[in-house]
Design a protein around this ligand. Sequence first.
Ligand code: AHR
Length: 346
Amino acid sequence: MKKVFAMLLTGVMMFTMAGCSKPAAAPAPAAEAAAETKTEAPAEEAKTEEAKPAEAKKLVVGYSQLGAESEWRTACTNSVKGEAEKRGVDLKFSDAQQKQENQIKAIRSFIAQKVDVIGVSPVVESGWETVFKEVKDAGIPLVLVDRKADVPEDLYACFLGSDFKAEGERAAEEMATLLGGKGNIVELQGTVGSSAAVERLEGFKAVIESKYPDIKIIKSQTGDFTRAKGKEVMEAFLKSDGKNIQGLYAHNDDMAIGAIQAIEEYGLKPGTDIKIVSVDAVKGAFEAMIAGKLNVTVECNPLLGPQFFDVCEKIVAGEAVEKYIPSEEGIYRQETAAADLPSRQY
Ligand code: AHR
């Protein structure tokens, strides 16, 4: 009897113990995973891992800027760098100091670093085919920013920038109005072989020759888009043609500002004795207009950073982009310069 009672007691105890260790309900998969983590890692470590969001891969972009020759270029560089920072892009930036060989070196280093996209502002139009083919072979999309390159279209994803020819045409119409359709003009060209200089010359010349037969372009020479060179070349123009000059067309504001100094030193009044039209619409041009020394500036927008990174992100996401993305531009005249200046960003 004692034996039977002892066996019954052991059975009841075993049943009770088994019931206690059994989970109340099967855990949900996530809770199960968490529980697993908890058993494998110390409590603190597990907490940090849970809180950490999955890290998105940073966009890596190589940008070969052609130089720092003008106020415009500085604004363009600041726009690209500022936008990269804002978006958390890993930007590899290189300033070529107006030398194509430096740009080619930079592009090759971007290839070696396996960046996601390469942006290039080509100093001149020709001589890019070999290195752009290397970029294509590496499977890296290339975006032309600000200036064009003379290469087959399949070597770049898109060109983002201004219509330089249209800027030249607008400048010609403004000059014709200022001169009343009659007079002699001298021209300060941008960097030889750059798309900005080639097309600004083409557009201007085409309008003057076709519509204004009494306006003559008597001298045209490069000032390399810099103030110093603009001044130097204007001095030479004044030396050879002096009071025979009624108008100056400068491919950018910096050269016009340099030329203004030369005109004053020569003893003439810039903006009055010699009408001046230039391109860019940087702050320095507005100050010169307010002082009555510059007549008109045709806008060329350097704030290309946001549009550039929009394009990069689209390309990397596999979205289609337009082959040409134009930047928005206007024309600014002396009469409204004081009112316009406070709202200028560059
Ligand atoms: O390519 C744009 C031109 O380059 C700007 O008009 C000029 O100022 C700059 O140097």
